[in-house]
Design a protein around this ligand. Structure first.
Ligand SMILES: *Cc1c(COP(=O)(O)O)cnc(C)c1O
Length: 374
């Protein structure tokens, strides 16, 4: 009937960056002429605006998301001998941040429907060494933060939200990034709020911890050439801060657009019995960093879509427990069956502000065609 070839890239920053080019270029030029490039007024302005957006008192910009997570854990004095509960199914940064502090990441199986932490599984992993839990709001859907906070209170754990994929997502009346004790996000260019390079941030409501975060990200230095602890160097530079401040004004609009795209996908695909579609439990506001479908015939579907000009990705094909990097933990295939099943069946469809309705329709038409062909 059709099968017109149309190119639908997995991701395209063009529509968003093109729209903002004059404003961002002017901002970048102002930084250039100011000669103030590190920890100046523009970084502070962005930190204040991002904290206000999340609805939390304090924000510190960092060099990237992995550093933000690491600094959050270090600020809580987590280190060697400690254990931290992490999702088995997450981007490996969540685990690496724990490892960098000297603590041990303890993986927890997700809920098979939401792909977020299953609190009963988490509770089974709590020991006397457990210091914190890192809920990751995977794909832009908030974890069940009522359950996370309840478990944390019961066992005296810190909660560190990894909201790298969930800027602007919500749980009840709260915004992700304002619920845990100390929280971390990434502004990697492809995130819902993306910089023009690497950037990240830590948020907290606790002023004492905020002071420690500021020390750790800047050589442990309360003032120039004084060093009260062995810190890192991980700061948000002024160029990135300018771009982020401008883009932050549009985050809500872009997230709404992502939600509309998701609705269009779900409406078109819901009749296909072989597919599992994303869910949005009532108290959550999903911001669809990724729109994930799951299918036993995932690899064949991905190949078929690729032949039709449609880009897709797998988030993530090999979970951290099966990566050579974590061979020392001695996990094997079968240890986290739900995580492995998600890795084997998930497929991320094109999802970005500015994607055209005829493009999303081409995606869903081709998926229907794949499942209707005997
Ligand atoms: C992107 C991401 C990070 C790390 O961010 P970087 O800025 O690339 O270091 C951490 N956790 C999750 C869940 C992510 O998606």
């Amino acid at each position: 009937m059709y099968a017109r070839k149309m190119n639908v890239p997995f991701y395209d920053l063009g529509p968003v960056n093109g729209m903002l080019e004059p404003e961002i270029m002017q901002g970048l030029h102002e930084v250039f002429t100011s000669s103030s490039y590190i920890l100046g007024n523009r970084c502070r302005l962005f930190e204040n605006e991002f904290a206000a957006y999340c609805g939390i008192a304090f924000c510190a910009g960092t060099g990237n998301g992995l550093d933000a997570l690491t600094i959050a854990l270090l600020a809580l004095e987590i280190g060697p001998g400690d254990e931290v509960l992490v999702p088995a199914n997450t981007f490996i940064a969540t685990w690496i941040a724990v490892s960098r502090t000297g603590a041990k990441p303890v993986p927890v199986e997700p809920h098979p429907v939401t792909c977020n932490v299953n609190i009963h599984e988490a509770e089974k992993k709590v020991t006397t060494r457990t210091k914190a839990i890192i809920p990751v709001h995977l794909y832009g859907l908030s974890a069940d933060m009522d359950e996370v906070l309840r478990l944390a209170a019961k066992h005296n754990l810190y909660v560190v939200e990894d909201f790298a994929q969930a800027q602007g997502a919500g749980w009840k009346e709260k915004t992700c990034g304002a619920i845990g004790h100390v929280n971390a996000t990434s502004f990697y260019p492809g995130k819902n709020l993306g910089a023009l390079g690497d950037a990240g941030a830590v948020t907290t409501a606790d002023e004492k911890i905020f002071e420690r975060i500021n020390l750790i990200r800047n050589y442990g230095s309360p003032q120039k050439y004084q060093h009260s602890l062995i810190g890192l160097n991980s700061r948000l530079d002024e160029l990135q801060a300018v771009a982020l401040t401008i883009k932050l004004k549009y985050l809500q609009t872009w997230n709404n657009e992502r939600r509309e795209i998701a609705q269009a996908y779900s409406a078109a695909l819901k009749a296909i019995a072989e597919l599992t579609l994303p869910v949005e439990p009532t108290p959550a506001r999903h911001v669809y960093h990724q729109y994930i479908i799951r299918s036993e015939r995932r690899n064949a579907l991905q190949k078929f879509l690729s032949e039709k000009g449609i880009g897709t990705l797998i988030h993530y094909p090999v979970p951290p427990h099966l990566q050579p990097a974590y061979a020392n933990l001695n996990y094997k295939r079968g240890d986290f069956p739900i995580t492995e099943q998600i890795a084997d069946t998930c497929l991320s469809l094109p999802m970005y502000p500015g994607i055209k309705p005829e493009q999303t329709k081409h995606v869903t038409d081709c998926i229907k065609m794949f499942y209707e062909t005997p």
